[in-house]
Design a protein around this ligand. Sequence first.
Ligand code: ADP
Length: 761
Amino acid sequence: MVNWWPPFPVIQGVPIGAILALGLAGGYGALWRWVPKAQRGAVAASIILGGVWQALWAIAVGEGFAPLVRFTAWNLAGWLLSVLPLTACLWIWPFIGRRLPRFALPLMALAAGIALIAATVPYRPETAGWVGAWWAAARWPGDPVLVSWGIREGLWGIGTALGLGALAWAYHRTARPLHRNRLAYGGLAALLVALGEGLAWTPRGDWILVGWGVRAAGMGLVGLLTRSPELPPLQRMGRAFLVFGISWIVQAGLIFGVLAGFRVLRREPLDGILGQVELALAALALALLSLLVGWPLHRWLRRRLMPAVEDPAGLVRRYSQAISNLLEVDRLAEVAFEVLGEAFGLQRGLLLLFEERADGLLAAHAIAGRGEAPAEPGRFLPDSPILRAWQDGSPLTQYQIDFGAAFQRSSPEERGWLQCLGVELFIPIRSQAVLLGCLALGARGGIATYSPAEVDLLTSIADQTAAVLQNIRLVEDLRRLNARLAQLNEDLARTAQRLEKLDRAKTHFIEIASHELRTPLTHIRGYADLLAEILKEQPEADGSIERILQGLRRSAMRLEEIVGAMLDISQIDAEALSIYPISVQIPTLIRMAVEPLQEAVAERRQHLVIDLVEDLPVIYGDLTRLVQALRHIVQNAIKFTPDGGTITIRARAVSPEEAEGSSGYVEIAVQDTGIGIDPADQALIFEKFYRVGPVELHSSGSVKFKGAGPGLGLPIARGIIEAHGGRIWVESPGYDEARCPGSTFYIRLPVVARGGADPMA
Ligand code: ADP
């Protein structure tokens, strides 16, 4: 057999194809850990098959192999080449974020099988490659070898078209600029691979070599895509090139025109060298032109092709002015994205706010600034890498979240929620290293991606937002607190109203009950008196009946006293206590109050001391009521002082200065050596029906030791004293039945000159 194939380039006996395959495999091995899990199987298959393909080539062209081995290797290499685009399809799909359709794998297996069968048809040199195949087909129609090549090339063509088509379709469907950028790179890589493989079908050895190189470049680009999620934006690079190129060419044209103009004016031929003066003038004109035309042109082109925020400092100032006085987050989102939307040409912008939840997760609430916001808040795990990055103050693009290796660990729910927002860039809003929220910006108008300078600008804008957000949170807390206070106040007012109503009902009841009790009581008293009279006229009557009658009259009197007290208290409650004022001498008042109690004092072997200063002022008041009040105080002192104790009554004048008021007072103090009153009870004993200690332990009686009444005495005394414009209070170190610390009740009554202002008015 003759040498059927042009010799393949070798280095030191090793075919270059094999070296390329090994190099690629090594490169991929180094990048392996960055290959996303979903793509690993397909990428591995692609690399291994590529390597095997190159190895088969090496055997097919190796001089030392038997012809049959070389033919077989050759055919198998052809088979593999037709299968390679199918394996490329396997990784292209996850690359564009889609799943392969279910029927794809069986279909690919079927295609690979058909290609394998086709590859068993023996090789004939004249029919290799496209050109040879078509040429041979014209000569030998229906030749099985041609059919086999046709099948394999056809399969390769379909696979390649599918892969490229998928990329083109995905590019067309993708709105996110950074994702598009990645797809553009992917498309470029796939084109190179396809072109390289296409060249490998040709019958020319040197073309095949070029094909291998191109394919290797394409696979290298795939490696770059796998390794780095950050790809320089192709669109930005292209436009920057355009800006530079157009300005350059236009300026060159101008320079040429000026130089040529000089020559024409001087009627010189357009060739030859310029003179010194002309050259200097030309240089001046060029510089001027370049200043006048070049720079504005460059700026104009930049503005047209690469829009950027014109006045960053102005934007920051406008932004902070617009948001500084806002007190609601909804308004903040609206105003913030009004300003940013105008500056960046945004269609979409959201304010994300984070809130710690009871279950330890962080809830992210999206508030619409431009466009719609999802109603459901996103939930983030506390150790989410995305949150971690934001907490560290790093802005993130959606592209980084989708493709960055660090974020693949974050929960699919988090990523899904973020994807649904349809935004491009997240700028964290932090205050004192605490993450409050994010500015979430959609694609930038015009050029779609954000430049690093713009991301910096947005970061300082986020800092301003943080201050306002803190403010809003404080105000919201205050508002909440206020609302709660208002609610409490309302509850309190309602309760007070209810209590007042209850109290009124009670007073009403007391009034009615005492009135109703009074009539039968008077009858009982009357009949008892009548019975006593009748009994007096019957000298033979039994003495025991008289005793019974006396008991009856005593009880009736006590009952009358209590009913009287109830009536008094109901009058005091209704502020209807009648006062009939006259001039009252304090010694007279005290004497009248204690006189009926002397018997009880003696009975209890107590000492009653009355200690009055000379020249006590005269007061103006209802003597009967004042006597009633003071007597009750003294009566209590007797009751709550053990047998043998001392009760001291003092009276003195209090000057207006001492009383810190406009009028002077007379102060009467009733001091005892009794059981004392707990400070906690000292105000309460003046409330009606209040009694210290459990009710069932009280003994009843008007002067018996600790004999308590219905708890009306002190409230009535207070009612009378206050109706006179006076004040009553008690001082006692505390309650102690063993040590008897004693209590002192103070009564202050205002002194008024006759005809002066009436304190009872
Ligand atoms: P009562 O009609 O039950 O005597 P008061 O209104 O006069 O009712 O007194 C209320 C309560 O105040 C008494 O039950 C008693 O516990 C306490 N109290 C009043 N005066 C004294 C006092 N001088 N020493 C100790 N406790 C007293």
